[in-house]
Design a protein around this ligand. Sequence first.
Ligand SMILES: [Zn+2]
Length: 321
Amino acid sequence: MNMTIESYKEHFAPQRADVKGGKYISVFIIRKTESECIFRTDKEISNEITLAGKTRRDLDTQFARVYISKRKQVAPERRSGREILRKFGLLNKNEDGSPCEINSKKMCGKCADCCLYGSAIGDEGALKSHVVSDESFSMLPYDVVTTEHTFNAIYDTGTMIDASGKQSQALGTDEVVRPGEFFLDIETITDVTMDEFIYVLANITRTRRYGAMSSRLGKMSNLVIGIAFSNCELFANLEWTQETYDEICHELKVADDTVPDFPLDPDVVKRCAENVMRRKVGTMNGEVLLLDAKETAQIIDQVSDIYRDEKKLKTVLSRLA
Ligand SMILES: [Zn+2]
C-alpha cells in the first residue's frame, strides 16, 4: 500500500501551535562528509572524549570524537528554507520595512522560519524552536577522521589570481574532517502541522553544505533512514552512535582494542545504524510508531515531488505563511 503523509494525520497538530501538545516526530539522519569539512569552535576541530561504544572500550579513555554542534547542523537547514520562502516572497518584513534576518535583532517572529526554528527578539516574544537536536558525533576517532590541509586562498574566479590580477598570498594550514566520515543525528520536531513537517523535512534533505564553506569545502549528504511518531522524546545521538559503533565492529569482526579502518563502507554503516535504531525504539517507554524503510522512502519521495512542482510547493508554503 502506498503510504502518504496524509496517512499519519493524527500525529500532526491541527494548526500552528505554541503550546506543547506532546506530538513528537523524530527524523533519523546519517550525515556523511562528501568533501573536506571544518566544524570548529576555536582553532581546532571540535572534539570530545567519549567511550568508543556501549560495550567496547577501544582506545580506553582516549577515544575522542569530532562533533557538530546543534547550531551548526540546524542553521544551514534554516537558510535553505529561508531561500525558498524568499523566492516566493513569503519572508516577512519587520514593521520598519527591514527584512527578517537570521541571527540578528531583525527577526520578525512571524514567518514560518521564526515560528518553527525559534527567534530571539528580546526576552519578550522570543519563540521557542519546534526543531530540537543535539550535537552529533563522528563514528570513528578524531585522530583517524581529521587531517591537516594547506590551503591557498581561492578567489571567486576559481583561481589564485583575484579580479585585479593579484596573486593570492594567503596560505594557511587548516585541520579538516576527511571526506567519507559519518555522523548520526536525530532531529526531533514537536507539535507541527503537516505543512510545517514537509518544510522541515525538505530543509534536511535539500541542504548540502555545513560548517565552514568554500567552493571545495563543507559538502555533506543527509540520508534519512527512519521517521518515528511518538508521545515522548527518543534517545540521544551519542547513544545511537556508540551502539552503532559496537554493531559495526561486530559485523566487521574488528579485534578488541583496535578501531575499524577509515573509511567505513556506507552500506555497513546504514545497516548497523538501522538495526540499532529499530532495537532502541523497541525498548522505549511510550507510544512510538516507527515507519519501515519503504514507508520512510515514500514520505521522502512525496516531499521531493512537492518541491519539484512549483505550483504544489507554493500552495504548501503559502499555507505556512
Ligand atoms: Zn521571520
